[in-house]
Unconditional design. Structure first.
Lengths: 382, 590
């Protein structure tokens, strides 16, 4: 039996505030295609007496943690966090999907969920002469993250960003092979113990290095550092300013430090990553960067900003197929992008980049639409 | 014990203590016999009695008889809050020949029996509260209330239906009433409505009738495109500065009625609903005007209504922005929706009309029947609060969960009507500061008491009417407007207004005229005497709150009924509790 003490569970997570309006489920991208129903789930927890059985609730692993449910809730209930907590209860009992187990074990051993060796983490930067923060010190820590460090598609973004920041004269350094996973996905997969351990390790490392300002490529890393590492921003002596790289670029454009001497003569539509937009309200900075690139024609999809459709890559879903792999949100999203007449689908998240790229290939529209990260577009317009 | 001197003779307090059972409200929790026994042994107490309902006629007679029979000069009543019955008991002892300010009340109901369980500790607390009241009563001084003559006119701020109705009632009763309306025309929001619920009467005719009466009434003075710039004075004698075309007029008023109305919720704050982005998405007010103008909407096949937009919502906007929270129910949207849905069915018999709701609150007279009729007319009610609206071709798609089915649904629509709630006006804070009004947590103006004084404010002579106090429909606005007019007539008809004597007063020996008291006075009651260089209290404006006494660095300000000596005596009685030899455990033996 996989029981949770539901009364305590509901109390701690404020579920009693729920009025069963259904806004969460009405907007949930996974409710479109799976059994996941956040409202009904909360209702079942509330009426369960004091024992709610998680057995057989495979749909809990469908959630992409896109935060649509929380952002729409009129009573400030957070179904997404309740789902993560239910996952924790399952993981605690050792009932883990083999893929999840592998990702977690790899994170524990190698500092990344991708089963890649620690010693290869900085290979992407070998020929780039990027400063090592530990040796030289720098204004910013450039936290690269696992996907941009190891994935060949992600590495292009990591390298493009070095080029863009370099042209603007930004003083930054990387951690190289000492960089450790941020554990955002570890937390969303419910491994609370491992998450705490990594938070402690990373916090300690940042403190030792005297990090004051940092930026990330992935909105997932950005979010976890900003909102879940309580000790970083709030607890540290000086406090660390965590930014997403699009915020840094938007600032550089505004100050006139980042200039685009080239151009990018394409129709571009921008896909808001959930962890940048819905989670953190960052809608304008990525658009500010794109709008300042000469020749670039920025057009909006109907579902943009607060309504952006999740690509299905968050919440540990990079490691899990989910209960309905036949229908993919990323493919729906690519079709929406095609409807606008855009040639480029821009985004600012390594997970979005990979899922959307795959969807473009699967739909066989590579000749019509390319998926690029904002850093790559910016680099092409320098 | 040092006690004050009265007319040169040494003053000996002769106190009667009256403990109320309040039925079982107090008696079920507090040991009344123990409290009465204890009180009878307190210093200065001549007699202590208990009774089932001290506020009843026999209860009051008990006090009055004792005042005569035992020659009592101070009275303590231990019962409910003084907000409830202080006027009752003051009147009773005045009838028996005592000064009404020789009364002190101990609140052993709201502050004791209602909030604590039955038991020794609760009884002890009641005893402490009574002891403190007795200690203060021994030091009470008789005070003289003052009568001030009043200006028999009123100013009504706002010319919507509430403001017009209040002004007309006052005028009908014989008083001059001035309406100050910001817009060029009176009528407010109601003038923009097409039909009313639950009778489907044309709203225009209803408003038109009021406007006509206002325009032609000899005692109503309507000032349009006018704004209140300043308010000074006090109940009975306000001066309202009205600005009109860069000109200011001083309007004297005995009473002021605030009827400034509301604003509709701005649905741009909920970007997921696409208002302002999709032409198919309109508000109930937009739709009302469309219906009113009889302009043709191109035969819609599907019309969707969404309730509770900007109501019952603690997290308006993305990311749970609490600053925009609208946690309250706007009370009218359910019926506005039902009305418009019915009108839609009537106008477009072939259209599918769907209403998304969380709860249908059809609480008023004839409302449930109206809602029944809406469903019989073919309106489909689906339970669920839509999450977002997206575009599909020429139509929009409402995405929601039908919570009764437990399924996500998408409804294509040619027209989506957002039932927007009511919000406080953006300039509420300015108005509040002009009139020294309080606002409740939702931002609307606060009434003096939610049940007992629903049209009064904390400022004597200032009353509330209509939606500036809380969302309400036309019928309720009119009711409140008439109530506010009646309440305003009380001082106006009396010709004189009695001013509470429990105000602050200055010891000129100690006052240095620094003015710190004036800075913290919410009622503008303190000013510097131009010749003497000392502060003076306007006893009519002063509400006796005591803020000035606390602020004064020289302890030059005291408040009648709350002097330092009186309060310290109360504190001593409370804090020296364990030092008092007569412990409660011994009481039963007494």
């Amino acid at each position: 039996m996989l029981q949770i003490e539901s009364r305590q569970f509901a109390k701690e997570r404020g579920l009693f505030a729920c009025i069963q309006c259904g806004k969460c489920t009405g907007g949930c991208p996974m409710a479109m295609k799976t059994k996941l129903n956040p409202r009904a789930l909360i209702y079942r927890v509330l009426i369960a007496g004091n024992g709610f059985n998680l057995e057989g609730r495979e749909e809990l692993w469908d959630c992409t943690t896109c935060s649509t449910c929380y952002s729409r809730c009129p009573k400030q209930v957070n179904p997404m966090e309740a789902i993560v907590a239910m996952r924790s209860a399952i993981v605690e009992k050792g009932r883990i999907h083999p893929n999840v187990k592998m990702a977690l074990e790899s994170t524990f051993r190698n500092g990344n969920p991708l089963k890649m060796p620690r010693s290869d983490r900085d290979l992407w930067a070998k020929d780039l002469q990027v400063k090592a923060l530990a040796d030289a010190g720098a204004e910013y820590l450039y936290y690269v993250g696992c996907t941009p460090s190891y994935d060949p598609r992600g590495q292009k973004v990591a390298r493009a960003l070095v080029q863009v920041l370099g042209s603007a004269g930004v003083d930054f350094g990387i951690l190289g092979n000492d960089e450790n996973c941020c554990a955002s996905e570890v937390r969303r997969l419910g491994e609370a113990g491992l998450f705490e351990a990594i938070v402690e390790e990373n916090t300690e490392m940042f403190k030792e290095l005297g990090v004051e300002k940092m930026f990330t490529i992935s909105p997932h890393c950005f979010n976890v550092f900003k909102n879940d590492y309580r000790s970083i921003e709030a607890g540290a002596k000086s406090g660390v300013q965590v930014q997403h790289y699009t915020q840094v670029l938007a600032g550089l454009v505004k100050d006139g430090r980042l200039k685009f001497n080239g151009s990018f003569e394409k129709k571009v539509t921008y896909h808001d990553p959930c962890y940048l937009g819905k989670h953190n309200g960052i809608f304008d900075e990525p658009r500010d960067v794109l709008a300042n690139i000469p020749g670039l024609d920025l057009i909006e999809m109907d579902r943009s900003r607060e309504k952006s459709l999740c690509c299905e890559g968050g919440g540990g879903r990079m490691f899990l197929e989910g209960t309905n792999p036949g229908t993919r949100l990323a493919q729906m999203r690519v079709k929406e992008a095609l409807d606008t007449g855009a040639e480029i689908l821009a985004t600012a998240c390594p997970f979005c980049l990979l899922t959307l790229d795959e969807a473009v290939k699967h739909l066989n529209v590579e000749d019509k639409l390319r998926v690029l990260d904002i850093a790559e577009i910016a680099a092409q317009a320098l | 014990m040092t006690l004050q001197q009265t007319q040169g003779k040494p003053f000996t307090p002769r106190i009667g203590v009256y403990i109320c059972h309040c039925g079982i409200n107090i008696a079920a929790t507090v040991d009344i016999t123990a409290v009465t026994n204890y009180a009878s042994h307190l210093h200065g107490v001549v007699v202590a009695r208990s009774y089932t309902y001290m506020c009843s006629d026999p209860g009051q007679a008990l006090i009055k008889n004792d005042i005569a029979g035992h020659n009592l000069n101070r009275i303590v009543v231990a019962s409910c809050s003084p907000r409830m019955h202080e006027p009752t008991f003051r009147a009773a002892i005045a009838e028996a020949g005592l000064n009404p300010y020789c009364l002190e009340m101990a609140n052993i109901r709201e502050q004791c029996s209602w909030v604590h369980p039955q038991g020794m500790a609760t009884t002890k607390k009641a005893i402490q509260l009574v002891s403190a009241a007795v200690a203060k009563a021994a030091r009470l001084e008789p005070l003289q209330t003052r009568q001030v003559s009043i200006t028999p006119t009123a100013v009504v701020i706002g010319g919507g239906i509430a403001g017009m109705q209040s002004a007309l009632d006052l005028a009908e009763a014989g008083f001059q009433a001035t309406i100050v309306e910001r817009a060029a025309q009176p009528g407010g929001h109601a003038a923009q409505f097409y039909r009313t619920f639950p009778t489907l009467e044309p709203a225009g005719a209803l408003v038109h009738e009021l406007v006509e009466r206002v325009n032609h009434h000899p005692r109503v003075n309507l000032m349009t495109e006018a704004e209140v710039a300043d308010v000074s004075g006090y109940v009975g004698n306000f001066r309202v500065k009205v600005k009109h075309n860069e000109e200011t007029t001083d309007v004297p008023a005995g009473a002021i009625i605030v009827a400034t109305g509301f604003e509709i919720f701005d649905p741009h704050l909920k970007p997921e609903l696409g208002y302002g982005r999709y032409p198919q998405v309109v508000t109930t007010l937009d739709f009302e005007q469309t219906l009113n103008q009889q302009s043709a909407i191109n035969n819609p096949k599907s019309v969707v209504f969404i309730q509770c937009v900007g109501s019952r919502d603690q997290a308006v906007g993305c990311g749970g922005d609490k600053s925009q929270a609208r946690p309250y129910c706007s009370r009218v949207c359910c019926m506005v929706t039902a009305k418009q849905a019915r009108l839609t069915c009537e106008k477009f018999p072939n259209a599918n009309v769907t209403v998304f709701y969380m709860d249908v609150r059809a609480f008023g007279k004839g409302f449930e029947e109206f809602y029944d009729q809406a469903r019989e007319d073919g309106v489909i009610y689906r339970r669920g609060n839509p999450s977002e609206i997206i575009k599909r071709g020429d139509r929009v798609v409402v995405r929601a969960e039908d919570t009764l089915l437990g399924e996500q649904v998408e409804i294509e629509a040619d027209l989506v009507v957002l039932a927007v709630g009511m919000t406080p006006r953006a300039d509420s804070e300015t108005v509040a500061q002009l009139l020294k009004l309080s606002r409740s947590g939702d931002g609307f103006f606060m009434e003096a008491h939610p049940k007992l004084r629903p049209v009064d404010t904390s400022m004597a002579g200032v009353f509330l009417a209509g939606c500036c106090q809380a969302p309400k429909d036309i019928a309720d606005s009119i009711s409140q407007a008439r109530a506010a007019a009646s309440a305003a007539m009380i001082p106006l008809m009396r010709g004189q207004v009695q001013v509470d004597a429990a105000t602050s007063f200055i010891d000129e020996e100690l006052c240095s005229g620094c003015g710190q008291c004036a800075d913290c006075c919410n009622f503008s009651a303190l000013s510097l005497h131009p010749v003497r260089g000392k502060m003076t209290v306007n006893a009519v404006l002063c509400q006796g709150c005591g803020a000035c006494a606390t602020a004064c660095p020289s302890k030059a300000i005291k408040v009648h009924q709350f002097t330092f000596e009186q309060i310290m005596a109360q504190m001593d009685a409370l804090t020296d509790w364990y030092g008092i030899p007569l412990a409660v455990e011994m009481v039963e033996a007494v």
